[in-house]
Design a protein around this ligand. Sequence first.
Ligand code: GLU
Length: 487
Amino acid sequence: MKPARTRLAPSPTGYMHIGTLHTALFDYFLARQTGGQFIIRIEDTDQARLVEGALENLLKTLKSLGIEHDEGPILQADGSVAEQGDRGPYVQSKRLDIYKKYVDQLVEQGDAYHCFCSKERLDVMREQQRATKQTPKYDRHCLSLSKDEINKRLEAGEPHVIRMKIPEGITEFEDAVRGSVKFNNSDVDDQVILKSDGFPTYHLAVVVDDALMNITHIFRGEEWLSSTPKQILLFKMLGLEAPTFAHLPLLLNPDKTKLSKRQGDVAVEDYLKKGYLPEALLNFIGTLGFNPTGDREIYSLQELIEMFNLGKVKKSGAVMNLEKLDWMNNHYIMQLEIDELIERARPFVSINLDDAMINRALIIQRARINHLDQLQQSLEAYVTEFAYNPELLVWKKSDKQDAKIQLENLKQFVLQLEDALFVNVESVEREVRAYITSNNLDNGSVLWPLRVALSGQEKSSSPFELLWVFGKEKGIEKIETAIGMLG
Ligand code: GLU
């Protein structure tokens, strides 16, 4: 396949929506697979919706996920955004002169026209259309204005917009995900392409930029599908070649409604803040609506790049199954080298992670967390002194006296264990079990008081894990405390 040029064209909203990352990843997969480019263009023509720092934030989020773009604005070490010479910045508000030329061309060709209608008039028009159940559409009130009249009103400085004139007929295109898509032009509104503030609208700017930037594939969410006929018509009117369109499946909540804040986080930053690993997020989001082989769930970024196949992208909405994300994140947490896990865990934990005992606790506890912000709580149990009711030390089939005897014997047993036996949990477990069998003891009467002495809790991790984490000295200390409590 020829090198693809794809683009992520977000409007600056202040956070990165999961759907934006979904599109970005598909852009990235295809660009990297074909040796092409993945560019970022900021679509900020709606000046009323600008958010301070949005661009910096978007670039920062992509960077923390390890997704690099080729052209467009770049994030500098000090957090500010810089230009890349002639390879950016692709920020639409800086390209107004370019769009103006194309608007003029469309007016000259008769494919666009001036509209002086006031907001009040348009409101009344829409209200009437609604009341009579018609599709809300501009009624072409200004289409019949004469050249003289237009010039007079322009000279008088009357506020106006430019609208495209949708021709009669059918607009059809081949969507790489959906196949052939057809629109009846009579359902398409005479879209405003230049606003009264002199800014182009999204529809015009996106077409001009996709053409000038030689974009080969437009990936975007299904919600943009109804915009496509207008854009295809603009490409035609301007004599420009339209790229391939691929409308990606909508992302859905588990109840199949459109992904919304109410049912969970929609900002990528929120997931990073909770300690979802970039590799898990890339795997999870990158396989929403697309599974390369259909026989497994775990894919590395490299595999997704190599196996990306537009033909395998599903049309139907993709459900964001957060339980699957949790499972995947745990999978990646388990895969990390322990030193790497420590580094990744640092921002989430206020306990000293450079401590051998905490390292052992981390090895045990990582199996039980889904995201790194759960680590603090699960490690706290190892560093805080716990208080418990001595009755808890007594196994249900035993009594206080027996619990005390068992703990005293256990203390002697642990005391004589060689340090080398503390090499891992399995080795500790083997020793304790051998001790139970060789002394003809009952599992419950030994393991229950041992576990409570080491955890202070009715439910906790296994006594072997606890003993291994605390080590010989600390383990004996806790057993002694328990013995003391039994009077
Ligand atoms: N600017 C649009 C957005 O905010 C992009 C739509 C497109 O990719 O054409 O998502």
